[in-house]
Design a protein around this ligand. Structure first.
Ligand SMILES: *[C@@H]1O[C@H](CO)[C@@H](O)[C@H](O)[C@H]1NC(C)=O
Ligand SMILES: *[C@@H]1O[C@H](CO)[C@@H](O)[C@H](O)[C@H]1NC(C)=O
Ligand SMILES: *[C@@H]1O[C@H](CO)[C@@H](O)[C@H](O)[C@H]1NC(C)=O
Ligand SMILES: [Zn+2]
Ligand SMILES: [Zn+2]
Length: 410
C-alpha cells in the first residue's frame, strides 16, 4: 500500500510538471505574437510601388539646378545679427531670392534628412531592420528623375542614391579615411568637393563635340554635399570658432561655385538652393527633436526663384517637389511634399499647372494605397468624404478649369 501510494504521488508530480511547461510555452507564444504584431503594424514600410511618374511642369523656369547641402547647419547659426559677418554672400542672396526655415522630422540624422529633401519621404520605420543605416526599400528621387545628375560629397550620403546604376547619374565621393582626416581640419572635406566641382566645370567649359550636349541640356541636377560644418559641430560644438569658420568657408564656396556656374553656362538659367539636412544641439549632437536639431535654413536664388522679402517656413519633404518644379522633371513617385509656390517666380497659369501636377501625383499614391488596403484588409470602412465619385468629380472640374485657364479662380 505504502509503495503504491508513493507511486501515485510521483505520477501526479509528472502531470503538474507537464502542465507548468504547457503554460510557459503558451505564455511565450503569446508574447512572441504580440511582439511580432508591434513590428508588423508599426515597422512596415509605408512606400508603395507602381505609381506612374507625373511631370511637374512643361514650362520649367530653370534649365539646371544646383543644390548645396551644408550638413549639420542649424538655422540659428545662420540667421541673426552677425549674418553679414558669417555669411556675407548668402545674406545678399536673401534679398534677391527666397529664404526661410525648413522643419525636419525625427530622427534628425543625415540619411533621413537627405531622403526627405531629395525623395519627399519621411523616415521609413522598417529601416530599423537595417540598423537605421540604409534605406530598406529602394526609392525614387530627384537625382534619378533628372535628365543628368552629378553629385559630390561624403560616401555615406552620395552612395544612398543610384541603386539602379542609371547611366545618367554620376556620383563622386571621397574615401572614408578622408573623414577621419577631416576631423582635425573640417574645411578639408568641403574644399575637396569644391575642387572637384571646379575641375568638372573647367572640363564642361572646354568641352567640344557631340558628347558635350548632356552638360547643356535642360533638367540637369548638381548636388554638393558639404560635411565640414557637421564634423566641426560634433568635434568642437556649434559655438566654437571652428563651426563658425566652417560656415564662413561654406559661404565662400557657395559664392565661388555660383560664379563658376554663371560663367560656364552663361545663360541665366541656373537655379540654386542652399539648405541643410538637420541641425545640431549646443553640445554637438543630433538625432532627436529639439528646435536646434529640427530647424535648418533654406535660401534659394537664380532662375525661377521669386524675390521674397520675408521668411517662409516649409517642411523638409516640400523641397523635393520644389526642386522638380524648378527644372521640369518628374516628381519623385513616393513624394508626399507640397510644392511651396511662394518660392517660385511664375505667372498664375504656370503656378496652377505646377500645383495641379503635384495634386495628381499625390492622388496616384492615394489610389494605390487605397487599392492595397482594400485587397489586404478583412473589413474596409471607406472614408466618407473621399469617394471614387467625389474624386473624379473634382478632377473633372480641375480639368475644365485648366482648359479654360481659370484655375486661378479657385
Ligand atoms: C588629429 O590631431 C590629433 C591631436 O592633435 C592627432 O593625435 C591625430 O594624429 C590627428 N589626426 C590626423 C588624421 O591627422
Ligand atoms: C532631357 O534631355 C533630352 C536630350 O538631351 C532633351 O531632349 C530633353 O528636353 C531634356 N529634358 C528637359 C526637361 O529639358
Ligand atoms: C574662391 O575664389 C577666390 C577668388 O578667386 C579665391 O581667392 C578663393 O581661394 C576661392 N575659395 C576657395 C575655397 O577655393
Ligand atoms: Zn548630417
Ligand atoms: Zn552629424
Amino acid at each position: 500500500m505504502k509503495f503504491l501510494g508513493a507511486n501515485m504521488d510521483e505520477d501526479d508530480r509528472d502531470v503538474n510538471k507537464y502542465k507548468k511547461y504547457k503554460i510557459i510555452l503558451w505564455g511565450l507564444m503569446v508574447h512572441f505574437l504580440l511582439l511580432f504584431a508591434v513590428f508588423d503594424v508599426y515597422f512596415a514600410s509605408p512606400l508603395d510601388k507602381g505609381m506612374a511618374p507625373v511631370k511637374s511642369t512643361d514650362l520649367p523656369p530653370a534649365k539646371r539646378l544646383v543644390l548645396f547641402v551644408a550638413d549639420g547647419l542649424r538655422a540659428e547659426a545662420m540667421y541673426g545679427d552677425d549674418e553679414n559677418y558669417r555669411i556675407p554672400f548668402l545674406t545678399k542672396l536673401k534679398q534677391s531670392g527666397s529664404w526661410g526655415v525648413v522643419h525636419t522630422r525625427m530622427p534628425t540624422e543625415s540619411r533621413p534628412g537627405h531622403v526627405a529633401m531629395l525623395a519627399g519621404i519621411y523616415e521609413d520605420p522598417s529601416a530599423i531592420f537595417k540598423g537605421w543605416k540604409a534605406n530598406p526599400v529602394p526609392f525614387d528621387s530627384v537625382i534619378s528623375q533628372s535628365n543628368n545628375s552629378w553629385c559630390w560629397g561624403s560616401p555615406d550620403i552620395i552612395k544612398l542614391f543610384n541603386k539602379d546604376d542609371l547611366p545618367t547619374v554620376h556620383l563622386h565621393a571621397y574615401g572614408s579615411e578622408m573623414e577621419d582626416f577631416g576631423k582635425n581640419n573640417t574645411g578639408l572635406l568641403d574644399v575637396w568637393v569644391y575642387n572637384k566641382v571646379e575641375k568638372f566645370l573647367k572640363e564642361v567649359h572646354g568641352c567640344r563635340g557631340s558628347l558635350c550636349g548632356k552638360y547643356f541640356s535642360g533638367g540637369n541636377f548638381f548636388f554638393l554635399h558639404l560635411l565640414g560644418i557637421d564634423t566641426a559641430g560634433h568635434g568642437y560644438k556649434p559655438h566654437s570658432k571652428e563651426y563658425i569658420n566652417n560656415i564662413k568657408l561654406v559661404d565662400e564656396i557657395v559664392r565661388n561655385t555660383t560664379e563658376l556656374f554663371e560663367t560656364t553656362f552663361n545663360d541665366q538659367s541656373t537655379a540654386y538652393v542652399f539648405t541643410s539636412d538637420h541641425g545640431m544641439t549646443d553640445w554637438g549632437s543630433h538625432g532627436s527633436g529639439s528646435r536646434h536639431e529640427t530647424e535648418v535654413p533654406i535660401i534659394a536664388w537664380g532662375a525661377g526663384i521669386r524675390a521674397n522679402n520675408q521668411r517662409q517656413d516649409i517642411n523638409q519633404i516640400d523641397i523635393a517637389p520644389l526642386l522638380s518644379s524648378l527644372i521640369g522633371i518628374n516628381i519623385p513617385i513616393n513624394s508626399l511634399g507640397i510644392v511651396p509656390i511662394t518660392f517660385l517666380n511664375l505667372n498664375e497659369d504656370e503656378l496652377s499647372n505646377v500645383l495641379l501636377s503635384n495634386t495628381l501625383q499625390l492622388l496616384k499614391i492615394f489610389n494605390i494605397k487605397k487599392r492595397r488596403i482594400e485587397t489586404n484588409a478583412l473589413v474596409v470602412v471607406p472614408f466618407k468624404s473621399i469617394t471614387d465619385k467625389s474624386v473624379s468629380e473634382m478632377l473633372d472640374r480641375l480639368n475644365k478649369l485648366q482648359n479654360k485657364k481659370k484655375l486661378r479662380n479657385l
